[in-house]
Design a protein around this ligand. Sequence first.
Ligand SMILES: Cc1cc2nc3c(=O)[nH]c(=O)nc-3n(C[C@H](O)[C@H](O)[C@H](O)COP(=O)(O)OP(=O)(O)OC[C@H]3O[C@@H](n4cnc5c(N)ncnc54)[C@H](O)[C@@H]3O)c2cc1C
Ligand code: SF4
Ligand code: SF4
Length: 417
Amino acid sequence: MTRVRSIRDVAEQHLCAGCGVCAYLAPDRIRMVDDLERGRRPIVDGADGESGDAFEACPGHQLSQGPMPPGAVRELFGEWGPVLEVWEGYASDPELRHAASSGGAASALALAAIEAQGFHGLLHIRARADHRWLNETVLSTTPDEILAATGSRYAPASPCDGLARIEEAPAPCVFIGKPCDVAATRKARVLRPRLDEKLGATIAIFCAGAPSTAATLELMRETGVEDPAELASLRYRGLGWPGHWRAERTDGHVEPLTYAESWGKLQASRPWRCYVCPDHTGEFADIAVGDPWYREVEEGDEGRSLVLVRTERGRELVRAAMASGHIHLERREPSVLPAAQPNLERTRGAIWGRILVTRLLGAAAPRYRGIAMFPSWWKRLNLREKLGSLLGTAKRTFKKQLRVRRPVRAWSDSADS
Ligand SMILES: Cc1cc2nc3c(=O)[nH]c(=O)nc-3n(C[C@H](O)[C@H](O)[C@H](O)COP(=O)(O)OP(=O)(O)OC[C@H]3O[C@@H](n4cnc5c(N)ncnc54)[C@H](O)[C@@H]3O)c2cc1C
Ligand code: SF4
Ligand code: SF4
């Protein structure tokens, strides 16, 4: 069987999630670059390929979930991880709610922590000013900076490459990222006491997969932006719920696509690690936020967020944000979560089959402990889907050449982190 012993192995053997935590932990030997076909990826200097702390914290090849914490909802734990409370609502600031991806809960909770709870800032990502089709990690400290970074970007981003900025901050900070990014911070804080001290809270956004930059460039071309240098702004959604894909040219030309149309075109480019990702809802975060898709989107709806409280720290943060008036939330029954994300529930089952087959065929596969997948495969998938998770994966293993190492290819203007 293929062994994965270093960060270079993770990156070259299709297991990298692109979080950037390896570059934070080994900055002298690892830098993150934009590989247009795959995502944000590490380039590693040195013969051993990096097998120390960076490899230990890497969520790409290994994740472990602990036992059910006290107070967690028993019926959700097996398939959704620890959930203490389920809420639904939106940012109280109408501008933030409108600009945001769902109801602006992620931004509003972070803003509340900064404005009312003594936090210094928020580490997260936003579009790069020089190439708006790429993303960069920033530490935002003002409402305007947080507003400017709202909206989900269905493209590679590596927020963990900026964790040193949290370590160096004068007071605790909030971190927002995808579930894999948050899982990486959870592992890194065990290795870096200064990070542990300053990482005040983590918020995960639900994630079904991060499409490649090449797919963004292709969709820009299809919607009238032939030359990336002519891109004035790029929105994947937001500005209403769920909002539109809007690639605006410098001359003001825009050909919007609905959220469903753009996701339909982008999703096929997700890297292999997303196909074997067991955590799409931020199981390692203090708070996780997503879309309440169980309800029909009404004409003119300004957006709503589903908010999962996953830890006691998360519970405090949510209570304090409601008390300071930054967010409006109503309590929901736990059953709302599976009703809101039925696709993610089935995906967890399919992963069991996918990992089994890739392993049998000799490709590298991630190791997950304490994350049950077989029960979902058995209960949630019909016969066709079960077979698909096995036979479809066998086909993909060859089509995507998962048994072949593929070196990281840096886009030439890529900014080093
Ligand atoms: C790749 C991807 C896949 C998604 N898949 C799902 C899904 O399956 N189900 C679902 O319900 N929702 C999904 N979403 C949407 C997202 O989880 C929700 O919109 C969430 O509710 C956040 O909304 P909000 O209004 O609270 O966020 P906002 O207040 O708008 O804030 C968004 C925050 O997310 C950060 N961010 C944006 N893009 C990225 C990125 N690529 N990587 C790391 N951080 C980022 C921003 O920096 C900002 O801080 C996905 C988003 C992305 C980026
Ligand atoms: S998943 Fe994260 S830590 Fe692992 S190789 Fe990729 S960028 Fe580095
Ligand atoms: S699907 Fe999983 S691995 Fe892929 S970007 Fe989302 S959280 Fe990370």
